[in-house]
Design a binder for this molecule. Structure first.
Ligand code: F6R
Length: 237
């Protein structure tokens, strides 16, 4: 597959450089997806320290636990607001955020309509789960899936317990952009510190058991990898 591999010691700086390059290639006021979790933290620190080069963008929510309020400490869009949007002075638009208390079908339809009206996703930044999930598209998600309500895998709930346990635990279900929705993004930046699953996803069989393997079919993927991941990718190539 033809992805661009970016690696080195300073993960946050490399990720910021890749994101800035993506902004340079994108249209003005692009539609941008940002992930939460551990992996992007160094990128968000660099964004707060150095900015994004004055770029304005429309933030699109990647995923959100079902049934919680936007203001809940477990809320993913709230985390992005605090870590990235507020420091850059960028506002949120409800059309582009899953309201996890509203009927799921209505919310998924709202998000898909907003993406379409806006002209599609320009830049989709992703992390990867140990089971190969992207967003909350767990193993056996269909490559044709659009945004929807999903049941979280037991391993995902276990991995996220450290963030959620002090605030009422990990919800059973979540709303997520679908694999098809993500795949249609013009540019994908995968941030990864997980050697085995990343090598499997990017060089193994393309199938729904490893949702991130869909990225092998995408024409414009940049992988920002820690040196250990880069070594695993080179071995697998
Ligand atoms: C979070 C998300 C997830 C994470 C993945 C990796 O918004 O969509 O797919 O990117 O679970 O999480 P970390 O970075 O915490 O290892």
């Amino acid at each position: 597959m033809a992805y661009t591999l970016v690696t080195g010691e300073d993960f946050g700086t490399l990720a910021l450089k890749s994101l800035r390059e993506a902004f340079e290639q994108a249209r003005k006021f692009p539609l941008v997806v940002l992930p939460t979790g551990n992996t992007p933290k160094e990128l968000y620190l660099r964004i707060r320290q150095q900015g994004l080069g004055g770029e304005e963008f429309q933030y699109l929510n990647l995923d959100q636990y079902h049934g919680i309020k936007f203001s809940d400490p477990r809320s993913y869009p709230l985390e992005i607001k605090k870590e990235v949007l507020d420091p850059l002075g960028i506002g949120l638009r409800p059309d582009f955020i899953f309201d996890a208390e509203a009927p799921p079908d209505q919310e998924c339809c709202k998000i898909e309509t907003a993406i379409e009206k806006d002209g599609g996703i320009d830049i989709c930044v992703l992390g990867i789960g140990e089971n190969g999930h992207i967003g909350f598209n767990e193993p056996y998600s269909d490559f044709k899936d659009r945004s929807r309500l999903v049941r979280l895998a037991a391993s995902t709930r276990k991995a996220n317990a450290k963030f959620c346990d002090p605030h009422g635990g990990v919800p059973q279900n979540a709303l997520t952009l679908g694999l098809r929705t993500i795949f249609e993004a013009r540019k994908i930046i995968l941030l990864t510190n997980k050697p085995d699953i990343t090598a499997k996803a990017l060089h193994g069989r393309v199938w729904s058991n490893i949702p991130a393997s869909i990225l092998q079919r995408h024409p414009d993927v940049t992988v920002v990898a820690t040196p250990r991941v880069a070594a695993a990718l080179r071995l697998a190539a």
